[in-house]
Design a binder for this molecule. Sequence first.
Ligand code: SAM
Length: 262
Amino acid sequence: MTKVSPKCYSTSPLPFMGQKSRFVRCFKDALKHFDSATVFVDLFGGSGLLSHVAKRERPDARVIYNDYDNFRERIENAGRTNALLADLRDIIGSVPQEKRLDTSLRETVLARVKEEDERGFVDYITLSSSLLFSMRYATNFDELRAITMYNNVRIATYNCDGYLDGLEIVKHDYKELHEQYKDRKGAVFFVDPPYLSTEVGVYKCYWKLADYLDVLRVLDGTSYILFTSNKSSLVELMAWISERFHVTNPLMTRYEKKHETM
Ligand SMILES: C[S@@+](CC[C@H](N)C(=O)[O-])C[C@H]1O[C@@H](n2cnc3c(N)ncnc32)[C@H](O)[C@@H]1O
C-alpha cells in the first residue's frame, strides 16, 4: 500500500481575518533556523495556520496551538456550515453573484440562519464571507440582521480534512501559555499578535499600544518568530527608544546583540 502524504494547507480552510497565508513561504524559511527546536508554541494561534505548517514541516516536534478564538469549533462544524450554505444557495437561487438581496429573500435567509442558530451552532464568520460585502463580518445573529446582504455564496464546499491533525490544542491568555513554556529547553514561540488598530474587529479583544508593548516582554531571553506590521510602526518605535535612552532593543536579533558592542 502506498503511503499518502498528509495535505499541507497554505491557507486557512475557513475564512479568518489576519491569517498569515501570504507569509507561509517566509515562515517555512524562518523555521529552518530552528532545527534543534523540540516544541513550537503558537501563542496567538488564530486560524492555526502557522501551527499547521509547522507540524507539516517538523512532524518530529510538538506543536502547541493556542486556539484563543475557538477556531477548532468552526473546523469541527464545517459539515454543518456546508449544509447551511447549500440551503442558502437554493434560497438565493438566480440572484447574480455580488448582487444585493431584496427584502423578501433576506428574510428567508435570516429565517434559515435563525433555525440553525437555535439548533446550537452557526459559523457567522464563514457565513459573512458568503452574504456580506467583502471585509464585513457579523459574529452573531443580531449583527447579521443589521447588515445589507449580497449573493457571495461560495460554489465550492469547505474542506478542512486533517487540518488540525497532530496539533496539541490549548486555550489560554498568551502570557499564561508563555509562562508554561518559557524555561523549556528547545521551545520556540510564534508571536503573531493582533495588529494595532487594524484587525481587531472580529476578535474578542481590543488591543491598545500598552498591550502590544507587553508582548515584547515575552520575547526577552526566548527563541521566537515574530510577525509585525509596518502599520504598527513598532520596529521604528523600538529603534528610537533604544537609541534615545541607550537601552537594548528587544527586537534586535541575537546576531545584532552579539555584535552591538564590537
Ligand atoms: C493576527 S491573529 C493571529 C493569526 C494567526 N497567526 C493565523 O495565521 O491565523 C492574532 C490572534 O490573537 C488572538 N488573541 C487576542 N488576544 C489574545 C490573548 N490575550 N492571548 C492569546 N491570543 C490572543 C486574536 O483573537 C487573534 O486570533
